[in-house]
Ligand binder design. Structure first.
Ligand code: ADP
Ligand code: MG
Length: 257
């Protein structure tokens, strides 16, 4: 069976700073995987590489595969990178919806590939696409808000609309970068429950960065922990020890005097 994620020898340098240091990892589990680690450890950078939004340092032997498809190799886009991008649902801390458009239109945008000119197309969706978008909104409990502007919604509601957009996109995997970091605890629980339910019922694997360890341990079966650009732990969430978690968030001793 294909692995969900395969990363081989991935490095990313920004202005002489190494954000990812030759990391390799595999995720074989199609459940929910949490990416953990202190702020600045490279979680968002790794997630962007998985979705083919950014490319690694130019190195022989570097490879990123998602759902068995090559996304990039030695710092260059694979030929199928567009298709990979179109099949990856992306959920962000700040929701990234279009505030002045309706909830329904934001979901319909998921039907267009990342290259589409949605500004001119928003009036041109088919009846069938509208029905699919309404079904996606039903799925996340937001159908009653279809005609409202996004700007009138709470953060938790906006995140549910972003999840509906991924469903409309027929995403084969969902990447979520700190999806609950801006939410109150109740909305955070609702969003995590929804991701869990979609993972279980639709079978869409989810990779989610979280800075709250307790949410990761509650909702995620697999963990990948990064520390200073290196893989600190990868494996079952149930197997990580208290000591490892403490060490993860403790600054590494430096050799500087
Ligand atoms: P995390 O998501 O774990 O907080 P990031 O992946 O955002 O960490 O960042 C990892 C490191 O890379 C940090 O030191 C950050 O400052 C740096 N970094 C990330 N993106 C950029 C960028 N576009 N330009 C320069 N430095 C960046
Ligand atoms: Mg981040």
């Amino acid at each position: 069976m294909n692995k969900i994620i395969e990363v081989r020898s991935l490095s990313k340098t920004f202005d002489n700073k190494k954000a990812l240091k030759e990391i390799s990892l595999e995720i074989a589990h199609s459940g929910i995987t949490a990416l953990l680690g202190p702020s600045g450890s490279g979680k968002s950078t790794l997630l962007r590489h998985l979705s083919g939004l950014v490319f690694s340092d130019h190195r022989e032997g570097t490879e990123v595969r998602v759902m068995g498809e090559l996304v990039q190799s030695h710092g260059k886009a694979a030929p199928q990178v567009r298709r990979c991008r179109a099949r990856a649902g992306y959920i962000f801390q700040q929701f990234n919806l279009v505030n002045r458009l309706s909830v329904l239109t934001n979901v319909l945008i998921g039907a267009l590939s990342s290259t589409a000119k949605w500004r001119t197309l928003t009036g041109c969706f088919t009846q069938e696409q509208r029905q699919q978008a309404m079904a996606a909104l039903e799925r996340v409990g937001m159908a009653a808000f279809a005609d409202q502007r996004v700007s009138t919604l709470s953060g938790g509601q906006q995140q549910r609309v972003a999840i509906a957009r991924s469903l409309m996109q027929q995403a084969s995997i969902i990447f979520a970068d700190e999806p609950i970091a801006s939410l109150d605890p109740e909305s955070a629980r609702t969003v995590m429950e929804l991701l869990k339910d979609i993972n279980e019922r639709e079978g869409i694997p989810v990779v989610v960065t979280l800075h709250q360890v307790d949410y990761a341990l509650k909702y995620c079966q697999q963990l990948v922990a990064l520390r200073e650009g290196e893989v600190f732990y990868q494996g079952a969430a149930a197997d990580i020890t208290e000591q490892a978690l403490t060490a993860l968030y403790t600054k590494a001793p430096t050799s500087d005097p």
